[in-house]
Design a protein around this ligand. Sequence first.
Ligand code: FES
Ligand code: MG
Length: 590
Amino acid sequence: MKKDIPLRSRQWFNDPSNPDMTALYLEKYLNYGLTIEELQGGKPIIGIAQTGSDLVPCNRGHVQLAERLKSGIRDAGGIPIEFPVHPIQETGRRPTAALDRNLQCLSLIEILHGYPIDAVVLTTGCDKTTPALLMGAASVNIPAIAFSVGPMLNGRYKGQCVGSGTIIWDARKRLAKGDISYNDFIAEVASSAPSAGHCNTMGTALTMNCLAEALGMMLPGCASIPSPYRERSQMAYQTGKRIVDMVWEDLTPQKILTRQAFENAIRVCSALGGSTNAPIHINAIAAHAGIGIKIQDWQTIGQHIPQLVNCQPVGQYLSEDFHNAGGLPAVIDQLLDASLLHASALTVTGRSIGENCQGAPLYNTDVIRKIGTPLKAQAGLMVLTGNLFDSAIMKVSAIDKEFQQRYLSDPARPNCFEVRAIVFNSPEEYHAQIDNPELAIDVNCILVMRYAGPKGYPGSAEVVNMQPPKALLDKGINSLPTMGDGRQSGTSGSPSILNASPEAADGGGLALLKTGDRIQIDLTKGTVNVLLDCDELAARRAQLDLNRQYPANQTWWQEIYRAKVSNLDEGAVFEEMLKYQNVRDNQPRH
Ligand code: FES
Ligand code: MG
C-alpha cells in the first residue's frame, strides 16, 4: 500500500537541510514520550481535529472515541496527534452558534497549515461542527476523513417517543396554553437527550453527518450509528486505519468533493427530509471546495426527489430506528436503483458511492421507505423569489394537512394565498408583542422576522418558526405562515419561508415591509410578493437607514463577522477566505 508520497511532516521532523529547526521541532514532541524513530521513521502524522469538550456535550463522546481512532491509526502505521479546534455547541452558544462555524473552520485551516500534519480525522457531530471541519479540510486539501460522534439513543417520556428539538416546538405550545407545568416541560424536553451523542431527530446534526457520508467524506454506514453502540467505536477504529491508507493514495478532499458529490448530497437531503440548514452548509462546503453550487440548484437538482426517511421532524421515528433500518447506505441504495444519484462519485474508501452502497440491506420499510412507496413524492426544498428577496427556501415536505387546507386549497387559485404581514424586528420584539391584541393577529396573517440574518443578528438565528399568539393557540390554531431572513431549527417541522437573501440588514427587501402590508405567496410559481407598486417600494427604500436595527457589536469577532460574511444563499461564508485553495501546497516558512 505504501507509496512514495512526500510527507509534509518531514519538513518539520526530518529536514536534512535544516538540522537546527529539525532539532527544535523534535524536542517538544519527544518530551511526552514519542520517540525519534516514530517521528523520523517515515510514518504519516495523522491529526485528530477534536471538537468535543465539556463545553460541547453533543461531541463530548469524541474525547473517548479518539482513543479508538488512535488505535486504528497506529495499527495502520500512522502517528496520531490530537488537537482542539474552536468549540461549537449549538444550544449553549449565545447569541448563536452560527457565529462560530467560520471560526472553527478558520482555526482548523491555520492548524493544518502551520503544524506537521499529513492527514486529518474530522470529529463531526453537533450541527455546525460538520460543515466547519469539511470547509476547512476542503480549503487545505490534505487527505481528510469525517468521523461522526453518532446520534443519541431515542428519547422516551411517559412511554412516548421524544425527539431532540422537535419536542420543544410541541411542548412549548402546551406550556403556553397552560396544559403542562414548567417542571413537566423541563422534564419532557430533557428526556429527549438520554445519552451521549448529537440530536436524535433528522435535524441539522444528523442531516449534515448523513450528507458528509453522501458527499463521500465518511465511511459508509458511519453517520447513523448511535453514539453508545459498540459499532460506533469499531467505526472509529476503521476510520483511523483508513485515513493512513488515504495518505499513501493521496486521496484528498478535492478529489472527492466534486460537482457530482454535491449533487448527490442535495438529492440525499431530499430523501432524508433533511434540515433547512443544509443548503447553507452544503453551499459553504462547496464554496470552499471551489465548486459553484447555487441556491437555485437545490430546487432544480433536489425538488423532485421523494422523501424516503420517516424520521422526525417531518416523519415519525428517531435516529436509532433509522440506523436499525439500514441507515444511509439503504437510502442511497434505493436512490441508486432509481438512477437518482451519480453512482461513480469517489469516496474516502477509494471506491465509488455505487460500489459502497449498491445492495445495502434495508430492514424496515416503514422507517426507510422503498423508492416506490415514499412518504412524499417530491420532498426537496422550494426556492422562492419575488420583490422582497432574491431567494428564500421553503420545506414543502413540512406542509401538513391543516396548512394545505387553510392556505392552499382555494380551487380558483390553488397553491396561492394572500396574507397580512405582522413584522418583528427581533425575537425580543416578537415575545413582547405577539399577544398584543392591537395587532389583531388571525389566521390570515403571516409572522415576519427580520434583522435575524448573518449580519443582522449577528450570525443568523433560528428564530423564524414563531408560534401563534396564545389567543389563536386556545382556539386550536397551532401554526401560522412565517417568513424571515433568519433560519429555523432543523428539528422544526414548520413550512416557514426561510433564509431570505439578501437579509434586511444588508438592504434586502424585507427591510421595506410594514405591518399591515399584503403579501401574496404563490407556490406554483415559486413567488412571494408584497402587493405594493415600485414607486412605494422605492420611496420606502429612500427612507431606509441601514444601521438602524443593528444591535451593537459586543466583541471584535462579531464586528469582523458582520463586515465579511455573505448572505445565507451563498452559505454565509467569508468570500475572501475562498481564494486560499490548496493551502497545503504553500508550505509555511520556518
Ligand atoms: Fe448539538 Fe443538536 S444541539 S446536535
Ligand atoms: Mg440548530
